[in-house]
Design a protein around this ligand. Sequence first.
Ligand code: ATP
Ligand code: MG
Length: 560
Amino acid sequence: MNTFKQKTDFIREIIRNDLKENDGGQYKIHTRFPPEPNGYLHIGHAKAICLNFGLAREFGGLCNLRFDDTNPTKEEMEYVNSIKQDIKWLGFDWEGREYYASDYFEKLYGFALALIKKGKAYVCDLSGQQIREYRGTLTIPGKNSPYRERPIEENLMLFEEMKNGKYPDGAKVLRAKIDMKSPNLNMRDPVMYRILHKKHHRTSGKWCIYPTYDWAHGQSDSIEGITHSICTLEFENHRPLYDWFLNELEIHHPRQIEFARLNLTYTVMSKRILLELVKSKIVKGWDDPRLPTISGMRRRGYSPTSIRNFCAEVGIAKADSTVAIEFLEHFVREDLNKKAPRRMAVINPLKLIIDNYPDNIVEELEAVNNPEDLSAGTRKIPFSKILYIEKDDFMQEPPPKFFRLAPGREVRLRYAYFVKCNEIIKDRDGNITEIHCSYDPLTKGGDAPDGRKVKATLHWVSAGHAVSFEARIYEKLFKNENPYQVQEVGELKDNLNPDSLSIIENCMGEPSLSSVEPGHVYQFERLGYFCVDPGCSNDSIIFNRTATLKDEWAKIQKSQ
Ligand code: ATP
Ligand code: MG
């Protein structure tokens, strides 16, 4: 599993110091990954997963999985299950420590009572709109709520009534009593509970008041004994609030550390926008291979190793930045190049007939499964008189730099023979339907005994033995390099790449592709990596193109 060397970073330095300071004791670091089950995980979450679970593994600690399920209107079991599946697939294990913020609703309620009793929280009747107005702005200080000085006894009574369902949604909230003039807006008497008569996916109808994320998050970490609460930068100015709650409650105080989110070019990671793409059927579900979701990347053929290697190499920083999508693809190719068995397949078949090859003979030629891994062995592929080659590999009138097949020209067929094109057959519309060649029997295996050379080697399949399949070719979902900066869904739609998916039917593959397993990735020689789609059946095989063979990252690096 630890196939890569983890670089160090400021979080690892902090942890090393904390371990040193606690040297000799029972001290163990304890982290957690805290997703909100309101969508599927994406590559940004993968970074947080690799970090939190990775730290626990590296430093001999523990990492919990905790669902931050404080919002019953957006959360579903489908998301809980997909999140668990994705974390496991990435290669991490919470070892049974699967927790839910909703498990702590009772405790949190008790904590809230404690704050009310200390005079540090109050029930407020202002509407949401009024609360926003009273809060002020960065330049205008906030105003105290008229309900701020309610006596403790009244607060206790009203809060209990809120809990017992006496009031409709929005009628009252519980707020922390901190400082309406604080320069930090998060400290201006933030809301801790709101009334929501809504069933929760776990607690069902038990509660009609729900804690806000800000109120639940830090206390949940504390309850679990988390030592290092690692979160993304946008929570930096929530930290004083989390500190305030923990100090007032006098409970275990985890250390919060913020790091920069992962942003990728051409990629949107906001769950709100991903959900919109799914709901409006712009993509075919959360696992559409064009999405940066973990399930989408899995379906596309990205390996867990490549995603982990990518996250390790991107590293952890304190300042926001955007990583080129080609960098991720580089790790996908690097891993697949080592592991993916090679096969021959033709995406746009053109019939090639070898006129001087015997009619009824089939030769079994030996092909290497993976030149990067000779232990993968060899296989036999049938060769016969009628073959398919790639349409693009033939041109009737080739321009100067086209070295593949053309009238009168000789090329090599991979693992087979030299063939020379003698004749072209066209249909009534002028489309080329067949090309006729002759082969040189002395070139078997791909070399001419007289030393003559050819400038191209083509892939092919034997027509009588070929397996037909559907190929789905994916391009970027967005045209804009920075779609993550777009906040409006409408704006995003203008940015969609109309060619992000092409479906090509009647592709032809070598016979070994007749029995394939969903999720397996092959390298189709000269074409790219292709992954067997889970939607396959025995008589309909579908391949998703994982990546082309060209490493665009190398090009970007050179140009920098
Ligand atoms: P939303 O899209 O609703 O703002 P979120 O991206 O914060 O949600 P959560 O489910 O709350 O999603 O995220 C779980 C954890 O993953 C959090 O700790 C969060 O910091 C981390 N995380 C989310 N997105 C990224 C990202 N792009 N890069 C790194 N970590 C991320
Ligand atoms: Mg979040």
